[in-house]
Design a protein around this ligand. Structure first.
Ligand SMILES: [Zn+2]
Length: 346
């Protein structure tokens, strides 16, 4: 449906020698340099799907589907500044992990007032939308903190972090999703504020000394072992060490984005385009004959195309990219093992 070049990742390495970059643009990079950032092909059908640049780690892992419910009993929190962040950038992976057994919660930090016909309308519409998005992802509940949109750098990060720590402990979160706080470029001040607040909250929610009143009131520390940091577009530049195969969950991702009617490039864009064309006596056949089909197909065939191109780089049909941070090595156990193996009698 959408064009775009199917250039392989290996192709990106060989072509960026003064001839052509992976996205088809001319490259003046002399051949003596190995590229350290990759500009993958993109459809340009949306400014908010995949970023322009990536750096790939040499121990990159492709996360595929798991049979059964291997994550049964575990809890994930998908934290977003705005109602369209998780649906656009990580919706396939969140839906996948929930299908594989996780209990999921969606936490929105802003009030999304900047996306709507008026500020007040934006608040109400997005409050309603995130319930639909959470349902499409398979989340058990959605929370909102209602900080003012695009003004989050005016808020005390310590307060945002403390509210997250409280929720992480109450919900007993094991895994988080958030916007990468180390993206090299981001015009939206809310994203980096939320990313940093999440990072601190993950660590501190496991501490026995931070906010001791939580424990006195009966809460338990949270044991957060996995973090999935997703990139931001356009013009973002992110370190990626995990690619997730979302082919089985692409329709979940589409439905999640269709639920965002008040914000982002998805929502009702398909039915609006269908009506516009009808006024001119034309139609795009794949948009179908009703609003629901038009909204679904518009998102799938325009906005998901960049995730298909991303998948192609790794031999997958659709993929999402992350900087994944797993649990640190158990250094005490490693030292103990070394001691057991090397001690000699006095
Ligand atoms: Zn956002």
């Amino acid at each position: 449906m959408a064009g775009g070049m199917a250039v392989g990742f290996a192709g990106a390495v060989t072509h960026a020698n003064g001839a052509e970059a992976a996205n088809g643009r001319h490259s003046d990079l002399p051949s003596k340099f190995t590229p350290t950032a990759y500009s993958l092909p993109s459809t340009k059908y949306s400014p908010f799907t995949t970023p322009d640049y990536y750096t790939f780690a040499d121990d990159l892992v492709i996360e595929r589907n798991h049979a059964g419910k291997p994550h049964e009993g575990k809890v994930l929190a998908a934290v977003e500044a705005h109602s369209d962040d998780i649906p656009l950038f990580a919706g396939g992976t969140v839906a996948k992990l929930i299908d594989e057994g996780y209990t999921g919660f969606l936490i929105r930090v802003s009030n999304d007032e900047a996306a709507g016909r008026t500020l007040g309308y934006g608040v109400v519409q997005n409050e309603k939308d995130i319930q639909g998005a959470a349902k499409a992802l398979g989340c058990k509940k959605a929370f909102s903190f209602y900080y003012r949109n695009h003004r989050m750098d005016d808020n005390a990060v310590i307060e945002i972090r403390a509210r997250l720590i409280f929720l992480f402990r109450v919900l007993q979160v094991n895994t988080v999703f958030a916007m990468d706080p180390y993206d090299h470029y981001d015009e939206n001040p809310d994203h980096l504020v939320v990313g940093k607040a999440v990072e601190g909250a993950c660590w501190m929610s496991g501490s026995g000394k931070d906010y001791p009143e939580h424990y006195k009131a009966g809460l338990k520390p949270a044991n957060i072992r996995d973090k999935y940091y997703h990139p931001r577009s356009p013009q973002g530049h992110n370190l990626v060490n995990r690619i997730v195969d979302i082919n089985s969950y692409i329709d979940h991702k589409v439905r999640t984005n269709v639920a965002n009617t008040g914000k982002g490039p998805a929502g009702t864009a398909g039915s609006r385009l269908r009506r516009e064309l009808a006024k001119e006596g034309k139609k795009l056949p794949f948009l179908g004959d009703d609003d629901e089909t038009a909204n679904f197909q518009y998102v799938k065939h325009f906005l998901m195309e960049d995730f298909r191109l991303m998948g192609q780089q790794f031999g997958l049909e659709y993929a999402e990219a992350f900087r994944y941070i797993g649990p640190p090595p158990n250094y005490r156990e490693n030292i103990r093992r070394f001691v057991d193996e090397h001690t000699v009698p006095l």
